[in-house]
Design a protein around this ligand. Structure first.
Ligand code: MTE
Ligand code: LUZ
Ligand code: MOS
Length: 781
């Protein structure tokens, strides 16, 4: 045993990582014993707040009478913008996001006042009694209207490479068109909530359902006009975040804290589902205009896309979202000559924000739509057009540099797609479906195979950092705290596995605590799929330092060399001695060895020039592909997903059970986005789909009976945490296959000679319209 412990040797003898361990809270979830913010026992004297919301999409407030609100049963206080002690802003990047608006309202649902009452119900009832007079202004509701009016929250962005114009003019074939892809409500099961508890002096403890405790701390400090060290934000877990609690938990944290600071009493603000949907931003819908030139084989020679998003009334995270869309338009394809534009349309709607994929899915779906059109025009299988346009293999020169200048060194899309092509039996099923459709006049089947590539890292470079704190207690038990937040994705399980692995312990010996700004400072949001990557590395750094101190101490006691001390099976193996971990820890404590440590990680090698939109924004890429088979009823537009096969590259997965769950969840969530989930605003500018009664997320019965999800055997070429790859967001692109399978089924109505004009979401109504358009074109031809 007296040889140095390399990471390989450690992995060979001890593997707390790579195991399909259940989610650390799985039992608590199932038993209903997992504590969410609203489950925390309320302190005596706790009050409840509700927000008074604007009823107009764009208007000046000419008069406001809140006397009925003040006089309503149980009401303790009402606050408007001028009552805010500090800065009236909760915008994450640009400061254009008032907590409470004063003169100008910019969307239906914008908060105007806070009412505080003895109960949640009393506060909500009182909020409705406001008398507000408005002078209405013209409202802009859609990205198309924003584009026409040149109404943007930020200057438009552009990325070019090569000579798009020349390549387009000489291309043998061109395709031009427009596409609209709708937005999506995050629909976390636990809504937005904050519980603010005043502490002595200017202190405030905020228990908040948030992906970004540090940002909540800053916003609350600014709103109260105090320094950050007075504010502590804590989050044990969220009942889902999906990006919706990256920046937009701030309004709720700030409003609860303002009321709590004013009243010097604990105040809870829990959004009702309808209010949550009316007030908070969603996934950005995108409107695209595209022009692509290609050759007789279907190889893309020139690609131009002009994307306009519905940013809403303020910037929020729309800039980084649009940047990610620009950097994902290429998806898995080498595009030599491009002109990629994105503009964030300022509209009189909720301020749209992060949602799983963060613009990546919106960028990539456009090129997939184009490829689908190219294939149909050339009467070729779309998979063949995709294969032809893939980035080159890693050992092939050229064809491996993205439009933004990052060289791809980890491309596995060829191997991954080849594996899925065989395991899904794609070619055989394609022929079977053609035969089925020939014989079936009403029910039509469709099949599609779509690939994905997703860049991993925050595209804002400085956010790629994380910290952790590991404590080893004298009894040998271990506590880890890190800057990441648990939203169901399993970050705590993965970080616990990393720490257990480093110290050679069973997972049961490690516990993770709530995320807490007083433990790890200046954290980034748990977002961009980097949570486990960043915090796993930081926790590993902390655990390693403790391990090294313990190894040095063990050598003092038992002799040998520190580099040869091994930690596994809850024991320390040193110079022929086998000592229980807890025993060595006990001795180390008495010898005054530091048994806790901090850890830090910053992703190396990243760069980004926002002006030219070039650099090396991503640490590595994750890959995947899916095949979907659907059947569409061409009389009603109803459809069903019959079978889905998905293959995802999670590198050396830290936890295959959790990762498979993430892939399945993202697949179904993305399918909802592209099919049934429709956001609809009425002529008065009010979002009418603000509850599950009108907004249809997928249910268990929408999952395919035949669902074959697998992880692709791979190893990250980057030195990521145990060579794993991120899994949170990228699989949201897998259900592109469902959308294009539906389009394929519709296309069969016209014997694949007509391009079905299908926008997303492909609701039954949208499907029926496309079927009728294909039929009409067939009659005309
Ligand atoms: N999974 C669950 N169960 N709940 C969530 O809210 N959010 C997704 C994804 N998977 C989410 C989820 C989003 S938007 C991101 S960015 C990642 O998880 C964040 O977690 P990670 O970086 O730790 O993987
Ligand atoms: N960039 C990114 C970001 O790629 N993903 C994110 O979630 C994000 N959030 C804030 C700023 N930049
Ligand atoms: Mo995820 S959209 O990056 O929170």
């Amino acid at each position: 045993m007296n040889h140095p412990v390399t990471p390989e040797l450690q992995a060979a003898t001890w593997a707390a990582v790579g195991k399909p361990s259940p989610h650390e809270s799985a039992q608590l979830h199932v038993l209903g014993q997992a504590t969410y913010t609203d489950d925390i026992a309320e302190l005596q004297g706790t009050l409840h707040a509700a927000l008074g919301l604007s009823q107009k999409p764009h208007a000046r407030i000419t008069a406001m009478d809140l006397s009925a609100v003040r006089g309503s049963q149980g009401v303790v206080a009402v606050y408007t913008a001028q009552d805010i002690p500090g800065t009236n802003d909760c915008g994450p990047i640009i400061h254009d996001d008032p907590i409470l608006t004063a003169e100008l309202v910019q969307y239906v649902g914008q908060p105007i006042f806070i009412v505080v009452a003895d109960t949640h119900d009393h506060a909500r009832r009182a909020a409705r009694l406001a008398q507000v007079s408005y002078e209405e202004l013209p409202a802009i509701m859609t990205p198309q209207a924003a584009k026409a009016a040149q109404s943007y929250v930020l200057p438009p962005m552009q990325l070019t490479r090569g000579n798009y114009q020349a390549a387009f003019e000489t291309a043998p074939h061109v395709v031009k068109g427009q596409l609209y892809v709708g937005g999506q409500e995050q629909f976390y099961l636990e809504g937005q909530i904050s519980y603010a508890i005043p502490k002595e002096a200017q202190g405030m403890l905020v228990l908040c359902s948030t992906q970004h405790p540090s940002e909540m701390q800053h916003v609350v400090a600014h709103a109260l006009g105090v320094h950050s060290h007075n504010i502590t934000v804590e989050c044990r877990r969220m009942g889902g975040g999906f990006g919706g609690k990256e920046s937009q938990s701030a309004l709720w944290a700030a409003a609860a804290s303002i009321a709590a600071a004013k009243l010097k009493r604990p105040v809870k603000l829990r959004a009702d589902r309808d209010d949550d949907m009316l007030v908070t931003g969603k996934r950005h819908c995108f409107y695209y205009e595209y022009e692509v030139g290609y050759d007789d084989d279907g190889k893309i020679l020139a690609a131009k896309v002009d994307m306009t998003t519905r940013a809403g009334y303020s910037a929020d995270l729309s800039g980084p979202v649009a940047t990610r869309a620009v950097c994902h338009f290429d998806n898995t394809y080498y595009l030599s000559d491009v002109d990629i534009r994105a503009a964030c349309g300022k509209t009189n709607t909720q301020s749209n924000t992060a949602f799983r994929g963060f613009g990546g899915p919106q960028g990539a779906i456009a090129i997939e739509y184009v490829i689908d059109e190219i294939a149909r025009h050339l009467q070729r299988d779309a998979l063949d057009i995709r294969l032809l346009n893939f980035y080159g293999r890693n050992d092939v020169e050229g064809r491996n540099v993205t439009p933004y200048g990052q060289t791809i060194v980890d491309n596995v899309i060829h191997e991954l797609v080849a594996e899925l092509e065989v395991s899904s039996d794609y070619r055989t099923r394609r022929r079977a479906i053609d035969a089925y459709n020939e014989a079936s006049p009403i029910l039509k089947k469709g099949l599609a195979f779509t690939p994905l590539k997703f860049g991993i890292a925050f595209n804002v470079t400085h956010l790629n950092q994380a910290g952790a704190l590991v404590h080893v207690y004298v009894d040998g038990s271990v506590l880890v705290n890190h800057g990441g937040t648990e939203m169901g994705q399993g970050i705590n399980t993965k970080v616990m596995q990393v720490v257990a692995h480093e110290l050679g312990l069973d997972l049961e010996r490690v516990r993770a605590t709530a995320t807490d700004t007083s433990k790890v400072a200046n954290t980034s949001a748990t977002a961009a799929s980097t949570g486990a990557d960043l915090n796993g590395k930081a926790a590993q750094d902390a655990a390693r330092q403790i391990r090294e101190r313990l190894a040095d101490y063990a050598v003092k006691l038992y002799g040998g060399e520190a580099a040869c001390v091994r930690f596994f099976d809850n024991h320390i193996h040193v110079n022929g001695h086998v000592v229980p971990f807890a025993e060595l820890v006990q001795k180390a404590y008495l010898a005054r060895v530091q048994l806790w440590s901090d850890g830090f990680y910053a992703t190396p090698g990243l760069s980004w020039d926002a002006k030219t939109m070039t650099g090396h924004p991503f640490s590595y890429y994750a890959y995947g592909a899916a095949v979907a088979e659907v059947v569409v009823d061409t009389l009603t537009g109803e459809w069903k997903l019959l079978r889905a096969d998905a293959l995802y590259d999670a590198g050396e997965s830290l936890n295959p059970a959790i990762d498979l769950g993430q892939v399945e969840g993202a697949f179904i969530q993305g399918m909802g986005w592209l099919t049934t989930e429709q956001l609809w605003w009425n002529a008065a500018g009010k979002l009418m789909t603000h509850a599950p009664s009108t907004y249809k997320i997928p249910g268990i019965s929408d999952c395919p009976e035949d669902f074959r999800v697998k992880l692709f055997q791979n190893r990250n070429v980057e030195d990521s945490i145990h060579r794993s790859k991120a899994v949170g967001e990228p699989p949201l692109l897998l259900p592109f296959s469902v959308f294009f399978a539906i389009r394929d089924a519709i296309s069969s109505v016209g014997h694949h000679a007509v391009q079905p004009p299908l926008n997303a979401p492909a609701t039954s109504e949208e499907i029926l319209k496309a079927v009728m358009a294909v039929q009409a074109a067939g009659v005309a031809a």
